[in-house]
Design a protein around this ligand. Sequence first.
Ligand SMILES: [Fe+2]
Length: 341
Amino acid sequence: MDLNDKKILVVDDEQEIREVLSTALGHLGYETATAADGGEAIDLIDRRHREFAVIICDLKMPRVSGDQVVDFVARNHPIIPIIILTGFAQLDMALDHIRMGAFDYMTKPFKIKELALIVQRALRYRALKEEQSRYQEYLVERIREVTSELNNSVIQSVGALIMAIEEKDIYTRGHSHRVAFYASLMAENIGLSVEDKKNLEYAALLHDVGKIGISDQILNKPGRLTNVEYEIIKSHPGKEVKILEPLSFLRHILPIIEAHHERFDGTGYPNGVAGEDIPFMARIITACDAYDAMTSDRSYREPLSPAAALEEIRSGSGTQFDPRIVTAFIDTHRQLLREIG
Ligand SMILES: [Fe+2]
């Protein structure tokens, strides 16, 4: 609704003043609505605030007075300017109301010319405020866009780095991207919000970034790891947190990344947390990670078939994996097989 199509709300307990004001404003080309006291005015503004361009409000009214109307508008609809109507004796009070958020005041009796000027000024002020708030919204939106473009390019760079590291080793090639892909299918299946799905995909993509800090000999060692080597492997979630910590836009997904080797029964690492204490999204990544590890070729064993890997996931329900995630994974897997034929 254009500002010119809006009405001026006249609030005064004296019918005569309401009529004089409405007639005068009518002559000046404005449409008006009236309220006979503060209560009626607040009710009207509450229900139909979009209709009003400016409010002219008497201060002294029985029951609900003008200061309550000023307070209500300042709190709920600060875009609507309020002009206080006051007698000379109440000038101090009028100034107090301007401090509370009223736009200006007009003393009774008033001249039409004065009324015309003050209403014009109020309308100009309102138009400026609307312009300002539109500009602010535009700026906020623009900052959001730029930040998200920037964040995406950081994610892509880190993703490329991960790919480069995984490329060195035929056994882990594409692992993080596949885990992110499975996680995104799980997110859709579970019905996560767009925001959560994005966070889950980022966390899945970055879940092994800490392996950058672990030597290739240990990572690619054929056969069993010694206890010392295993302890080093177990340090990768902690390394992840250290590597990603400076990227403030990822800070909220660090607990998910850190917990991707926790087990539902509490025997995982690095913190040995169990059940619901493990972040929900970490529990999703754990299942996707395990499934991809089992179905990939490794230096020390042949890959499992999808059906055999799925059976392993099923048998880990309640120990390694959250039973709810296992159910969702079985569902998602069915869909995955259908899609890739
Ligand atoms: Fe890992």
